[in-house]
Each structure stands twice: as C-alpha cells, then as structure tokens.
Design a binder for this molecule. Structure first.
Ligand SMILES: [Zn+2]
Length: 443
C-alpha cells in the first residue's frame, strides 16, 4: 500500500477507536498514581495491548508495560512511549484527597495517545507495511517525587534509580531501541497545536540535613547550635552564587525547607532542606551543584552545625533531533495548520532527556489542554485535540520513518551521534550519587 493511503487508513482507524482512546485517558485521570505505584494504569495498558495480540511484559520496573509485536520485522526498532505517573498537586480540584496525586502534567494523555497509535496501526493492518519494528512502552515514575518511598524501594532492591527511564535504561529496556518517541501535553490554546524542537534543563537533586544541638530556646540558647540558622545562611549563600551562573547555562536552584525544627521552645537541632539544581548542560549542572554544596557547608560552618548533602542524579537536559522534529511537523500540519511553534526552551526537566543523550528522541508538546502543567488550572479542554491529534501525528511520523525500506529512519539513526554511551551514562549516574557530611565541632 502506498504511503499516503496507509496513513489515511491509520487516521481513520484512530477516529474509529476514539471512544476507547479517550476512555483510557479518562480512566487513568480518575485514578492518579504516583511513580512506581502505577498498578492500575499498568493493568489497563497491559490489558489493551494483550487484546491487540502483543507480547506483553508487565511491571518492567516495579510497574510499567513493554508491549512488543510477536513478529519482529527486519529494520530499525522504534519505541513509542507513554508515561504512567501523576504529579502531587493537592490544590487541584481533581487531586486524590489522600495522596494529593493528580494528572496535572497530562501523562494520562500520553498513555492514551500511545494506545491510539497502536490501535490505529493495528486496525489498519499497518504493521505489515512497515520496514521495521514498533514497540510500545508505558514507563513509570517520570516525576521526581516521594524520595523516601523510592529510597525504600532501592533499599529493598526493587529499583536502582529514582527515575523511570533511568531505571529502564539501566535494565537494558532501551538497548534494542533505535528511535524513541512520545508527545507531552502543554497549554497551547484551544484546538490541535504543537511545539517542536523544545529543549529542557537537566537537574541534580539534593536532600540536605543540618544537624545542630538542641537547647532551651529561651533559657539557654547559648548552649545550642541552631540548625535553622545554618539552613537560612545556606539559602542566602546559594542566592549569593546566582550572579556567577552563566545565562547560557540556564541554572535554576530552588531550595525548600521541609523541616524547620521540632518545637518553638527548643533550639532547632534537625533541619531539612531539599533542592534541585537545574541546568542546560551536564557541565553547567555540575558546576552549579558544587557551588550549592559549598554554600550549604558554609552556612553550617558559620554556626558550628554539621551538614549532610545527599546528591542524586535527576534528569539530563533534553536534546533534540531536528530531522525528527521536522518529520513530526510535516505530520502535524494537516491537523493543526500553522499552529506549530518551532523551538522553545523549558527550564523544567523531563527524563526523556536521559534517553535523548543515547538515542534519537522525539518529544514534541501537543495541545488540547488548558492551564499550566503542575497547577490547579490544568485540565483537558479539547479531548479530540488532546488525545487523537498526538496519536495521529506520531503514527504518521512512524510510518514515514519505517516506510520504503525505512530510508528516513535509517538516515536519522546514521546521522545521530550519541552524546553519551550507555556505560558513560551509567557512570554519570554513579558519580553524581553521593553523600557528603561535614562535621563541625561547636565552640
Ligand atoms: Zn510531565
């Protein structure tokens, strides 16, 4: 079948499956689950792909699904991804009252769109016309939250890394993938619209503990070491680093205090802080991270408190492949007309950034939603634009990549120079993960 009629057959099939696709998205929205807890979503996805005749592997990293065709076609392997997890935003009207979890980042849309690609290609019999293999992967834990829970999973040997794609890369789930693609929701106004070629910051996560000495806050503060003062000085010290950050590195450091003391009448002896150190390049992130550590340790030193900094590899900056973005644009245009914005710089982070250092990745943003992500305003305002448009644009891109001897797919793979090998990537994760304690003897 020629390329264009094949695409049209797939688009019609996606329209015909509209109710199933939207119902999947809405069912995930109604049951938001945080990272590595996406058991309901895993079951939903596994059931759908089992029904389509895929070889389904469940709980690939605590949760998550890998769905592979039973017959592998020679040629490149493209993986279509959808992220399963929700974010914590208790202010959102649809947040789970117990956990505060809600799909305010639109990951439920990604999963439904991924299912839409599979449903469309299957119903149109398109897999038989592709010179390559298409895998589908519902991936867990994109949001970097619930560190204590993830630390426990790590201790129990259930995960090695806190981020879902980090974990799946380490476990080899992307070893045979040549190109990965997904679409992320974004408020782009009503109707179908897309942003392509967007980059994102990477980050290093930090959990910080200041240890002082308790004392009666009124009667004998001179006997204490005030860990809250250490933390406040550390914050000011971090602010004093900001003029040294280069504009092009897009550094963002945004610490919060998660524990400020135990009782107002006791000099705080145990104060906790968390922060991300974000940047556009690995080097920029590492430089800023060292300055933040120095600032924290200096704050503690000033008052004679001890500091412990636990640094964790967050995500790598998101890299783009212009040829992949151009192909997606070509496939998006028939549905959204001129409403394709080219290039954007996100200071936020995506764990697709990690994968983008290893293989060509496509990570456009698509509309049909209203309100900023991670806020109470986020909602699906146009279900067809939100769920069906990305499914069609991704399916069309896939067909272009893998038709005609997968000429376009192979050209992208051959022209791609990975920024890191898998071994270098895992080495980066290992060296970034560290705990550093500086003890002080109070005077
Ligand atoms: Zn997201």
């Amino acid at each position: 079948m020629p390329r264009d009629p094949l695409k049209h057959a797939v688009f019609e099939a996606i329209d015909a499956e509209k109710e199933t696709i939207i119902a999947l998205g809405e069912s995930l929205y109604a049951r938001p689950e945080l990272g590595y807890r996406e058991h309901f979503a895993t079951e939903q996805v596994a059931e759908l792909f089992t029904g389509l005749g895929f070889d389904v592997e469940k709980n690939i990293a605590v949760t998550g699904v890998a769905a592979r065709p039973t017959r592998v076609s020679p040629g490149p392997v493209v993986s279509v991804l959808g992220e399963l997890d929700a974010i914590v935003c208790p202010e959102h009207p649809d947040a789970d009252p117990d956990t505060g979890a809600v799909h305010a980042c639109g990951h439920h849309i990604q999963v439904a769109a991924m299912a839409g690609v599979a449903l469309g290609l299957s119903a149109a019999g398109a897999f038989d016309h592709l010179d390559g293999t298409v895998n589908f992967m519902a991936v867990p834990a994109e949001e970097f939250v619930e560190m204590a829970f993830r630390a426990r999973l790590k201790q129990e040997g259930k995960i090695t890394w806190y981020g879902g794609k980090q974990e799946l890369i380490a476990k080899g789930f992307f070893d045979t993938t040549d190109i990965a693609m997904m679409a992320h929701a974004l408020d782009l106004g009503p109707g179908p619209a897309a942003v392509i070629g967007a980059t994102g910051n990477g980050f290093i996560g930090k959990e910080i503990r200041f240890t002082g000495k308790e004392a009666h806050a009124g009667a004998a503060p001179h006997d204490g070491v005030n860990a809250l003062n250490a933390a406040m000085l550390a914050m000011m010290n971090i602010h004093a680093q900001r003029e040294t950050f280069r504009d092009e590195d897009h550094i963002r450091v945004h610490p919060i205090l998660t524990k400020g003391g135990d009782a107002v009448n006791v000099v705080p002896a145990d104060v906790r802080m968390e922060s991300f150190v974000r940047g556009r390049t690995i080097q920029g992130m590492q430089d800023a991270s060292k300055k933040v550590d120095r600032a924290i340790q200096a704050g503690a030193m000033a008052v004679g408190a001890s500091s412990t900094i636990h640094s964790m590899p967050g995500y790598l900056p998101l890299l783009t492949v212009p040829e992949l973005d151009a192909l997606f644009k070509e496939n998006a245009l028939p549905f959204c007309g001129p409403r394709v914005i080219e290039g954007a710089e996100f200071a936020g982070s995506f764990d697709m950034g990690d994968l983008s250092h290893l293989i060509p990745c496509l990570h456009p943003f698509t509309g049909g939603v209203t309100g900023n992500i991670h806020t109470r305003e986020f909602s699906v305002s146009d279900p067809e634009a939100a769920y069906l448009f990305p499914a069609k644009a991704l399916a069309g891109t896939l067909i272009d990549l893998l038709r005609d001897g997968a000429k376009k797919g192979k050209a992208i793979i051959d022209g791609f120079s990975p920024r890191l090998t898998k071994a270098q990537y895992l080495g980066f994760l290992e060296t970034t993960l560290e705990t550093r304690t500086v003890d002080q003897d109070p005077l």
